[in-house]
Every structure is written in C-alpha cells, then in structure tokens.
Ligand binder design. Structure first.
Ligand code: SF4
Length: 325
C-alpha cells in the first residue's frame, strides 16, 4: 500500500537531496510512476488580475512598489475581462485557471467582492479555480471556498531561517497561518518556493522539510527558479543551475509523492532538454501563459509548450487521478 510520510527529518531529506544526481532522478522517476500518470502534465494558466503597486518588499518581485522595475501598474481587472481570459485558457486546453493579485493581504472590500464573483464565474466554466491574493483571514478563506475556489497559492518562498533576508514586511509564520486558514476552509493548498535567492542548499532542504511535514502535504508544490528582474535587489543574482532545479524537483517528488510538482517560473530560460529532465525528475505541472507571460515575467507560449509535449510524448492532464493517502 502506498503511504505518504509526514514525519520526515531534515537529515533524511538531506540524504535524498545529496544523492548522486542520476540516482536521485531514478528514484524520483520510479516514485513518480507509482503515484502519478507519468505522461500527463497539468496545464495551468495564470492571469494577473491586479498588477504592481504592492506594499511588500519581497526582494525578487517586480511588483513591489518600492522597486523601480518596468512593470505597468494595473488596477483590478473588470470581471468580464477576466471571464474572457478564462474562456480563452479553457479553449487552449488549460484545466486550471489561476488569478493573481499583487496585494499584501485581502481586505474585506468591494475588490474582494469582485474577486468572489470572478471565482464563481470561472468555476461555472468547469475550470479548477486557483487564487493567489496574499494573506487571508479564516473568514475570507471560507468565502472563497463557498464561491467555488479549488486551490489557494501561498508559497513559503524559502526556509524559515532565510526568510527575513528576502522579505522584511512579513514573516514566515504569517505564511504558515494563511496556509492554515486555507486548509481549514477545505481549499486545496498550492505552496512551494523559489531557488536562486541566495539561499544555501540547507535552506532548500529546510523548506522542503516544512512542506513535507505538514499534516497534509500541499496538493501542488511549485518549484520556481528566480526570474532576475531588473530593478529588484536580486537582479544580479547568478542564474539558477538547471541541475539544482532537477535536484529540487526530484526531492519534492520523493518526499511528497501525491503532490502535483510544478515546474514554474524560470522555464523561459530552460531548453526543451532541460525541461525534459525536470519532467523525468517528477514535475507534472506547468504554467502556460496567454500573452506568454507568467504574471509579469516571460514564459513559453501555449503553442511552444504543445510542441514540446508532442516531442516528449506528454499530454495535458485532463482530470486529476485520485491519490491514495
Ligand atoms: S511577491 Fe506578492 S506580496 Fe511580495 S511584493 Fe510581489 S506581489 Fe507583493
């Protein structure tokens, strides 16, 4: 019987992470085949419904108001515009539609009422709806759930120890609290992190340990490579090594076998061969973007991704398989 473990120690995860790369990928690929349909990849579309002007200071983010980036600030989009984007995403084969607003936290105001309408509308189209709106209270999570929200994205970003080096306007516990509110409301959790922030391997392992020891693993675990945006404090960080991405994805797959592991930001800088390694290591979800952007940074376009799927013998996941817990 397949069982998920929630009692991983940092040392155990470190031992998995530090294996010779080919051994690690082989182990991850084997587990991937036991738990998932390896030729199916979830295709999600991400739309920024409110862009820029954020009061937080996440040092990787182009949308923080305090950094001088080329971002075009955009107030909350009208609901009918969002519906048109969702319809188009559905026609392009997306099964999940994610809406992102650059807010520190959700406020109980008319903008939130509009987001609730958007969630209802996209849900009625038969798409899985996901939102990322910043910090949430328990009652706001319940409202989103009642509107039909399927998943809420709230990344840990990095380890608890390194968190304050990256963001000073909130702390790691704030993240954990919002994830708790989302869980309690019965919404599935999408939570992962970013590599390339200047963190150590120990930080990456610590972040994976936090995720893999949650009472319930996040249903989706995005692994992002830093998109080095001009004007942000991290613009001159070195490019993330593809083998570091493969190592993170493989480790995430082994310790959270039932999760959708998403190859997220940074894909634009990867060749098809490098992405194939990530799929081999257990990634089974991607964002593919209309307007060819992932929020505000470039991402491969839909047709490019479908060509890659064809080349690799992959197909978009139609319906998520049930996972034994
Ligand atoms: S990552 Fe989110 S919370 Fe942080 S600055 Fe960007 S939009 Fe704001």
């Amino acid at each position: 019987m397949k069982t998920k473990r929630h009692d991983w120690t940092k040392e155990e995860i470190q031992a998995i992470y530090n294996q010779p790369l080919l051994e690690l990928v082989h182990q991850a690929a084997t587990i991937h085949r036991e738990w998932q349909r390896p030729n199916e990849v979830e295709v999600a579309t991400l739309l920024s419904i409110k862009t820029g002007g954020c009061t937080e200071d996440c040092s990787y983010c182009s949308q923080a108001a305090r950094y001088h980036t080329d971002i075009k600030v955009q107030a909350l989009l009208p609901t009918d515009v969002v519906m048109k984007h969702a319809e188009k995403a559905k026609n392009n084969g997306a099964t999940r539609f994610c809406m992102a607003a650059a807010w520190r936290e959700v406020r109980d105001n008319r903008d939130f009422d509009r987001v609730i309408d958007m969630v209802k509308g996209v849900n009625d189209m038969g798409l899985e709806v996901c939102c990322t709106l910043g910090m949430l209270t328990e009652s706001q999570a319940v409202r989103l759930k009642e509107a039909g929200l399927h998943a809420y994205n709230h990344n840990l970003d990095t380890s608890e120890e390194y968190y304050n080096e990256v963001i000073s306007t909130r702390n790691f516990d704030d993240r954990i609290n919002t994830i708790g509110h989302v869980r309690k409301a019965g919404i599935t959790v999408c939570s992962g992190g970013i590599i390339g922030l200047g963190e150590t391997h120990a930080d990456r392992i610590a972040m994976l340990t936090t995720l893999a020891t949650m009472e319930k693993h996040p249903e989706s675990v995005p692994i992002n490579a830093l998109a080095r945006v001009k004007g942000t404090p991290l613009e001159n960080n070195p490019k993330v090594d593809v083998w570091d991405m493969v190592r993170m994805i493989a480790t995430a797959r082994i310790v959270m076998p039932g999760a959708m592991v998403r190859l997220s930001a940074g894909r634009i800088e990867m060749t098809e061969t490098e992405q194939a390694w990530c799929f081999m290591a257990g990634a089974n979800s991607i964002f593919t973007g209309e307007r060819e952007t992932l929020l505000t940074t470039p991402n491969p376009g839909v047709s490019e991704d479908m060509q890659m799927f064809q080349n690799l013998g992959l197909k978009p996941l139609v319906k998520q398989q049930p996972v034994v817990s």
